[in-house]
Design a protein around this ligand. Structure first.
Ligand code: NAI
Length: 386
């Protein structure tokens, strides 16, 4: 059993430590802040008690998992670890400094992994003397519940680092997908139009928030509509992710952020956490009801879905991940009702291409340009999965 180190005991670090401990590993969880460590321990005890109560696990498993974690403020306690997973603040200067320290505090062979959502793994690895042991492992929140983990080898990563890391996380019962070290990896890249196109439809005055959400849930089968989801994630956080992806892609217009979301964030309408976002969460609040017109609803659903499919196809085109990885990422990382490529097969790629071409001609914006792979596949009468 590998000994696991986790650096950062916040939301993600605590969740990752729990997963490793429940899978029988000895875990060292390090955070600079003593209170954070205390809270993490108390929270785990509560979670375990609830799982025992619901008879998902027995008392023995609960005790073992809890005793598997050692809490520490001292990074030298990683001295016997075979892998350390970092989940501290999302800041490249801090991360590179910390990775240098991690390299000195751990054995030579120890794999150093980052849970970053937006920084390049190559840039973090550049801080190391032996950068072949850097890798990205991107968990989703909450880590114990969400099955997906994106595994991101950087240009410097060795085959051995990739194999060992993937085998370890697979052994935790997670669904792993290997993806290229590019902005947003798979999920945060392919999901952009779910928010961006919904905001654009609203800005064009085609429908209000409630109607767009209704179209995506009732007609599209998504668990949450885009505006409810943005309110849940937080408009500040979601806007920042979009802006980071947009900048990282050298201002590709497909990822352009929306003023509507920016203004909501600026106004403090952050979503659930501030009591108001696109919707009002005050107890006495009444939110507008959707206008359930099936024709408009279908148009909205189709437009967002075509944009999502285009993004998934382009990710295949640019080898961001395999076809299977890209479909798994969206179903297991963000609960999409179907993989976007399988969905494209079902609708027919020709229909998707016609829809995108028609928007591209109408708007004359690069945002709507179909992926070259889609055009090529339609010409050759190909499907993603036979
Ligand atoms: P958080 O703010 O809940 O936790 C970060 C923790 O790191 C804090 O407890 C802080 O005390 C500690 N810390 C900061 N600098 C440190 C250092 N030098 N040494 C030791 N501990 C230090 O943050 P969260 O949300 O857990 O995010 C952590 C990382 O995971 C970030 O890189 C974030 O982008 C990424 N991530 C976050 C997701 C989310 O939904 N929150 C999802 C996937 C990735």
């Amino acid at each position: 059993m590998m000994q696991i180190g986790v650096l950062g005991g916040g939301t993600m670090g605590s969740g990752i430590a729990q997963v490793a401990a429940q899978n029988g590993h000895k875990v060292v969880l390090v955070d600079l802040n003593k209170d954070v460590l205390h809270n993490s321990k108390v929270k785990l005890a509560k979670i375990m008690a609830r799982l025992v109560e619901k008879e998902r696990i027995n008392e023995e498993h609960s005790n073992e998992a809890q005793s598997n974690i050692v809490y520490s403020q001292e990074i030298n306690d990683f001295k016997n670890c075979e892998i350390v997973i970092e989940a501290i603040v999302e800041n490249i200067d801090i991360k590179t400094k910390v990775f240098k320290q991690l390299e000195s505090a751990t054995p030579k062979e120890c794999i150093l992994a980052s849970n970053t959502s937006s920084l390049s793994i190559a840039s973090i690895g550049a801080a190391l003397e032996n950068p072949e042991k850097i890798i990205g492992v991107h968990f989703f929140n909450p880590a114990p519940l969400m099955p997906l983990v994106e595994i991101i080898p950087a240009v410097q990563t060795s085959e051995k680092t990739l194999e060992t890391t993937k085998a370890l996380i697979d052994s935790w019962g997670k669904v792993t997908v290997v993806c290229k070290d590019t902005p947003g990896f798979i999920v945060n890249r392919v999901a952009r139009p779910f928010y961006g196109e919904a905001l654009r439809i609203y800005e064009e005055g085609i429908a209000d928030f409630a109607t767009i959400d209704w179209a995506m849930t009732s007609l599209g089968g998504f668990r949450m509509g885009p505006f409810t989801l943005m309110d849940y994630i937080g408009n500040d956080v979601n806007y920042t992710v979009t802006e980071t992806v947009f900048k990282s892609f050298y201002y590709d217009p497909r990822y352009k952020p929306s003023f509507t979301q920016k203004r909501h964030a600026e106004a403090g309408y952050l979503g659930r956490k501030s009591g108001r976002g696109f919707f009002d969460y005050a107890e006495e609040a009444t939110n507008p009801k959707p206008i359930e017109d099936p024709i408009i609803g279908k148009k909205i659903k189709d437009r967002i879905l075509m944009m999502l499919i285009n993004e998934a196809v382009d990710a295949v085109f640019l080898n961001i991940g395999s076809k299977k990885a890209i479909d798994l990422a969206m179903t297991k990382g963000v609960n999409y009702p179907k993989g976007l490529l399988a969905w494209a097969d079902e609708i027919g790629l020709e229909t998707v291409l016609e829809n995108l071409d028609s928007m591209f001609h109408e708007y004359g914006e690069d945002r709507y340009r179909p992926s070259p792979l889609m055009r090529r596949m339609v010409l050759n009468n190909e499907k993603f999965f036979s």
